[in-house]
Design a protein around this ligand. Sequence first.
Ligand SMILES: [Zn+2]
Length: 236
Amino acid sequence: MSRRMLGVLCLGLMLCACATGVVAESDTAQTHPAVEKPATVTAEQWGSDPLPIPEERKHEPKFITIHHAGADWKAGSDPYEKIRNLQAWGKKSVEDGGKDWPDLPYHFLISPDGRVFEGRPVVYEPETNTNYGVRSHIGVQLWGNFETQRISPQQVASAVRLVAWLSQEYGVGDDLIRGHRDMAEGTSCPGMDLYRYLEDGQFLGWVNQIRAGETPVIDLGPALEDGPTERIPLPE
Ligand SMILES: [Zn+2]
């Protein structure tokens, strides 16, 4: 599959439609020590080369929306190459098969081995292909296709830690931490083998453990009966 196809797949799945948000109280207890920012690969470290983003695209983050790439993660893939290709493709003009985007469509991207890459700065709204706004959303994408691949515990652990920190920093209530499919119709994003943990409350339970200063044991359990069985390969 070509890179462009991968990009189209990925973006096809990330067309966020914002639900009307209900402002919720954060569950973050004041008595616990602050959650520290997880280690990240900064935009500078992976060689980001964005275009300037207009001031009017600054927003106030209120939601955290979880995505998958929607394209299988192949053995031997390099997340540095992936993220640079995604940015380069998005920056191309529409006539050239790109999106005319100044920067990555997501704010954070998580590799199967749990490395967290910083994408578009959080102060700017992300991107969408639809008329539905993604303003006020923080977009967190996990590489892989969790309709066809099982997510790795490292990837979930990093997402949990990142969401615990982001929700603290931006005051995002627990009910505004959602999967893409909770926001938009017609998408399975972030894929059944990730969505299951959002749906059954385990993900939020792990987030709460981080907030309480604990280290959650991420036990992903057996494969879903109708779900993928093959574990996503880890980068070398
Ligand atoms: Zn999505």
